[in-house]
Design a protein around this ligand. Structure first.
Ligand code: ADP
Ligand code: MG
Length: 424
């Protein structure tokens, strides 16, 4: 029994109609998705621009350029470009923001930091530089404004603006309400009631800091060497203690193609500065990797790396705790156990062991043996396998290890080709 031509025609029409409906539906979904993306890009831009004081500009992240093009507005694009730069404030404005320098939050080698706020209520930290320092302070100032103005990363403290007049030279930063990491690592006085940060959070802070330095070295327009990575320059904000690296004070721009940047005067902070910074050797971005390694040791030990005489139990049998990094090399297991505490989870112990090994790699005497910050991030996050580190301290005077506790660390020896050197 044959199928009637009428039924065949109906079936064909049905199939064609279904096809048309499907195509129309796909096109409609595609258009809706495009529209939603456009709206969200616009909203992002608006939120970004209005979150700061009316007077302070904002700098877009990597995606801002795309939305500008989509909006097709030339004036918007030009405005975006202008906003990339920090705003210049007058001395009077800065005095207003800080309520006549009423709340001092800290002081460093180059200036004093005050808490303040923009007229819109956005809190700021104003760093007033010592003008009498002469050339170095001015150099630092210009470097900071020029370099930070072209950087934007979630783990970098933002520079909103600056003041450069005859009497006042100041930098106006995003305010980090939880202060700097050193407070949480080294302030053991109970009356200060500093919150104890658990190891998992410390690990997160270490990763965030590494990502900021990776950005400076590998991802921003021109490589920036920080030169002063230390706990005081890792600032924390919010309940989540989000870490952000501050102080590009010693940063210098260098071309990506330049592998070596020779500098004269000493830079960095003793204890964190790489050997090549105080010796007549070429200096590269690897000096930041060294300082970062020193920071990792301090995160592990919750103590300053150099602590003359040791304190309490830290003096232990041999007195070798004075300089902590070497202790980490010789007592890796003990360091891991202590870093995570009695209640430390398996996960934390694995993370602490990774931190130990990465730190030992970062402080290798020879800069070329230190990993890149990209590699540091991957190793810390467990994405890359960490090879057994070499002894970074082989060039120092022989270590008198306590007899029974010797070497629980990975024990591949240095190839001994680093120049012999004694002292710390
Ligand atoms: N943006 C900021 N927000 C909050 N506190 C800050 C900020 N910048 C600096 N501070 C605090 O001020 C202190 C002094 O900073 P600084 O002058 O950079 O010297 P140093 O980094 O050597 O401590 C820091 O240790 C930190 O506690
Ligand atoms: Mg600082």
């Amino acid at each position: 029994m044959g199928i009637s031509p009428g039924i065949i025609a109906l079936a064909i029409i049905g199939v064609i109609m279904a096809g048309i409906v499907t195509v129309v539906a796909i096109v409609a979904i595609y258009k809706c998705a495009l529209f939603a993306i456009k709206i969200s890009l616009k909203e992002d831009k608006i939120n970004h621009d209005t979150s700061i004081a009316t007077s302070a500009g904002s700098r877009g992240g990597g995606g801002a350029g795309d939305s500008d093009v989509e909006m097709g507005s030339m004036s918007h694009f030009i405005e975006g470009l202008q906003n990339e730069r920090p705003i210049r404030f007058s001395a009077q404005q800065v005095r207003g923001f800080t309520n006549d320098y009423a709340h001092k939050v800290g002081a460093g080698g180059f200036g004093v930091v005050y808490r303040g706020k923009f007229p819109s209520g956005v809190p700021v930290a104003v760093k007033v530089l010592h003008c009498m320092l002469g050339k170095r302070a001015e150099e630092q100032f210009m470097a900071e404004v020029g370099t930070i103005g072209r950087t934007y990363h979630i783990n970098l403290v933002r520079l909103y603006g600056f003041c450069f007049d005859a009497d006042v030279k100041a930098l106006v930063y995003e305010y980090m309400d939880k202060g700097s990491l050193d407070r949480y690592l080294f302030d053991h006085e109970p009356e200060k009631k500093t919150k104890r940060i658990g190891f998992e959070k410390l690990h997160e802070i270490a990763v965030g800091t590494a990502k900021a330095v990776r950005y400076l070295h590998e991802e921003c327009e021109r490589r920036i060497i920080h030169y002063d990575i230390k706990p005081e320059n890792v600032l924390l904000a919010g309940e989540g203690m989000a870490p952000k690296v501050s102080d590009f004070g010693l940063a210098k721009l260098c071309d990506r193609e330049d592998t070596h940047l020779t500098i004269t005067g000493a830079r960095g902070t003793p204890g964190y500065a790489a050997p090549e910074l105080w010796m007549p050797f070429p200096v590269t971005h690897k000096c930041d990797v060294y300082s970062y390694g020193m920071l990792l040791f301090e995160i592990l030990g919750r103590r300053r790396n150099l602590q003359l005489g040791g304190v309490g139990e830290e003096r232990e049998s041999s007195g070798q705790m004075e300089w902590y990094p070497r202790w980490v090399w010789h007592r890796l297991e003990a360091v891991v156990a202590r870093a995570t505490g009695k209640e430390g989870t398996k996960r934390e112990k694995v993370a602490a062991e990774r931190v130990c090994k990465v730190a030992l790699w970062c402080v290798q005497y020879r800069p070329e043996e230190r990993p890149s910050m990209g590699s540091v991030v991957r190793m810390l996050e467990g994405e890359d396998h960490i090879a057994a580190p070499r002894d970074p301290f082989a060039h120092l005077a022989p270590y008198a290890a306590p007899s029974s506790e010797h070497t629980t660390a990975t024990t591949t020896d240095s190839d001994g080709s680093a120049p012999a050197r004694t002292g710390r």
